[in-house]
Design a protein around this ligand. Sequence first.
Ligand code: COA
Ligand code: ZN
Length: 333
Amino acid sequence: MNTSPVWHGAQKRIYMQEVGTRDGLQVEAAFVATEDKIALVNELSDAGLSKIEVTAFVSPQAIPALSDAEIVLREITRRPGVVYSALVPNVRGAERAIEARADELNLVMSASETHNLANLRMTRTQSFGGLAQVAQLALSQGVAVNVSLSCSFGCPMEGDVPEATVLAWAQRFVDLGARGVTLCDTTGMAYPGQVATLTQAFRQRWPDTELTLHFHNTRGLGLANVLAGIDAGAERFDASLGGIGGCPYAPGATGNVCSEEMVHALDLMGYDTGVDLTRLITAARRLPGLIGHDIPSQITKAGRRLDLHPVPADFDAIRDRALARDAAHKLSR
Ligand code: COA
Ligand code: ZN
């Protein structure tokens, strides 16, 4: 029997991909100042994240919070080895992102027709047609392509999306030359058994394509889904600092799995995330000041498991009284 406290992680590498600066900030009412965004991305680079989705090159009317995408992506300090990604919805966005030196374009469409229409104002077929052009443009410029398939674990308006539908859309992007596919649980509908099945199916079909899992913690299942994904063979996960985030076009959407909670849990389980948890928590604790409200993160409030608290101020008196009871008891016998 294995009695080691290092449980089944055994130093397996898990790649942490930060989406707080895109998925997180896109829904914030407050505009986070451009220099604060740049500083935040730099802190995340220093903390050891493998990939950072820095921003989105979308219509500034649609998402005003990210209207400074060019400046942010150009002015961050690039740490060797970190992949700086940007979300793009169309060719216009791709041109802007390539010009600003994105390492990777994250294309987005939904596995659900209804959600795709609500979010992107196109049918899935129309989206795919546009994204195929985006992929061609990116690949011709030597820029990598990832596609994020929203609602891969269910649509808040349609319900379950068949696994075959999700895999068929993934296939079309793999055929275009995408390096990776992200299966997104846009509104927290995923559950561990489903995550395991879809992850295994994906891994078997495309062992050489980078698979990322992207969960929202809408129903409290985020971390459980991450663990189910790891057990089924996934090694890349999106997460957001402070647990902020959510799709503005998905009813009831809430934040992503929280980066620092995930790293805290995976560290304890013996996985190697490459992330410096202290730096990550320091960055997360600055977030409420930037966005003007509290964040879901439990770890920023409670601290790490072994961040101990001082004993009560009257601890000596409590102990003396307790010991005196022992002494009195002995005398009375
Ligand atoms: N970058 C900058 N501006 C863009 C743009 C881009 N990538 N794509 C479109 N626009 C501008 C157009 O120039 C146009 O501006 P104008 O009215 O001043 O001429 C306006 O946006 C509308 O463009 P149009 O081509 O008609 O697109 P649309 O209204 O159908 O919008 C989207 C389509 C998807 C590009 C837009 O709604 C969008 O960016 N949405 C954000 C989606 C998102 O990020 N969702 C959350 C992530 S899951
Ligand atoms: Zn998301």
